[in-house]
Write a protein that binds this ligand. Structure first.
Ligand code: ZN
Length: 397
């Protein structure tokens, strides 16, 4: 399994200049290869005898001419232009296979990054060695030690440099979950998550409290003359604040997902149509805040590391409108309804807890049908104790 550790770098002025230059070289090579790709493609449309463009040929082509035409490229690591063209190849592959749009130019300020292959850098304690630069200080040491390092991406974000170091761990390096049971997680708007055990997580609402500062800085930026020094300073200030908000949000999500995956083996979540919901403006900010997609991603990889599993329940499954006691389904339920009583069995439900219990039951039953071995026994066990509401109280105490 590949894991990445993103570490902030602490370059001095000379080193920061080198990093910016390497990123600039990578950007130039990427854009050069993109233009060349288009040109060669047009050419081979007119004359089918010509070869179709590909990234390996483009790399060779650039290598042949860079000494003469772009001698400044030799001042930074050779990985910068090479890996950029390799990545362009991936971008085209993703485009051809329908996963992404047609590749676009990299832009200064937005795409300041370059990648190093594992033979081109070394990590030792709190420092990293980069070709033609030497040792560079990092703010912390690599978390995953003694395993194979795959690559490193050096990138600028909010005027700070980070190294994202990818490590191949090959093993499940976390102990399995303590409680082997199942849980349903209902992702909400007012609360970040409600578990089928009845626990709720409010989630960090950083952007709410810092929103006024964002507004003030954005206004101050808009009054500066574009391209001026003050504009650049104001832009960095705003970017730092936004980065801080993102950090707070990510931290909250990590704490939540670590907790859930540490406690439960089988985790049922809903496949939310985030794009569709973002179209609804009154919900938009809260949902963006809560970052559903990121939550799901974290749950999936953290569960995999402990041998657990995440079951994604169909988007159209009415988890809120179904009674978790008797299975009675309501026709209609407004977003503002927090509590409701089932007309069939009379059970009083908290909207979110009820939805979470339904998700857990769905996750458990889908593991029964998916695997009839060990998992089935586990799922049956979990289902046996499913007197909804009661299981929640047990696990809370
Ligand atoms: Zn009922």
């Amino acid at each position: 399994m590949f894991v990445a550790h993103r570490i902030r770098l602490d370059p001095n002025n000379v080193q920061a200049t080198y990093l910016a230059r390497a990123a600039g070289t990578a950007r130039f090579a990427y854009n050069w290869a993109l233009a060349e790709w288009k040109r060669q493609y047009e050419a081979c449309k007119l004359d089918p005898a010509l070869p179709k463009p590909n990234e390996a040929a483009l790399r060779r082509q650039l290598n042949a001419i860079k000494g003469e035409m772009f001698p400044w490229m030799l001042e930074v690591t050779k990985n910068a232009p090479q890996m950029a063209i390799l990545q362009l190849g991936y971008a085209f592959k993703n485009f051809f296979e329908g996963r992404a749009r047609y590749p676009t130019c990299r832009r200064k300020g937005r795409d300041d990054r370059f990648t190093l292959t594992n033979d081109q850098f070394r990590v030792q304690g709190k420092r990293i060695r980069i070709p033609k630069l030497g040792w560079l200080r990092m703010c912390e040491s690599l978390r995953f030690e003694g395993k194979k390092i795959v690559s490193a991406s050096i990138a600028r974000s909010a005027n700070r440099w980070y190294a994202s170091i990818v490590v191949d761990t090959n093993t499940l390096f976390l102990p399995p979950t303590e409680n082997q049971g199942a849980v349903g997680v209902d992702l909400g708007v007012t609360t970040l998550a409600t578990l089928s055990t009845g626990e709720t997580f409010i989630g960090p609402k950083a952007s709410r409290s810092l929103q006024s500062r964002v507004k003030r800085l954005a206004r101050s930026l808009s009054r500066k003359v574009k391209g001026s020094h003050n504009y650049a300073k104001a832009k960095t200030k705003l970017a730092r604040l936004l980065a801080r908000i993102a950090d707070i949000r990510r931290d909250g999500l990590h704490k939540l997902t670590t907790y859930i995956t540490g406690q439960f083996h089988t985790i049922g979540i809903e496949d939310l149509n985030v794009k569709g919901m973002l179209g609804n403006h009154c919900l938009a900010r809260s949902i963006a805040d809560m970052a559903f997609g990121e939550l799901r991603r974290q749950l999936e990889y953290k569960a995999a590391r402990r041998g657990g599993q995440v079951v994604v329940v169909d988007r159209w499954y009415p988890s809120s409108k179904t009674c978790s006691c008797c299975g009675h389904r309501l026709d209609e339920m407004g977003l503002q309804v927090r509590q409701w009583r089932c007309s069939d069995c009379g059970a009083l439900h908290d909207r979110d807890v009820n939805a979470a219990i339904n998700l857990r039951n769905m996750a458990v039953s889908s593991t029964v049908t998916a695997c009839r071995g060990e998992g089935a026994g586990l799922a049956r066990e979990a289902q046996g104790e499913t007197v909804p509401g009661e299981a929640g109280i047990q696990q809370q105490s």
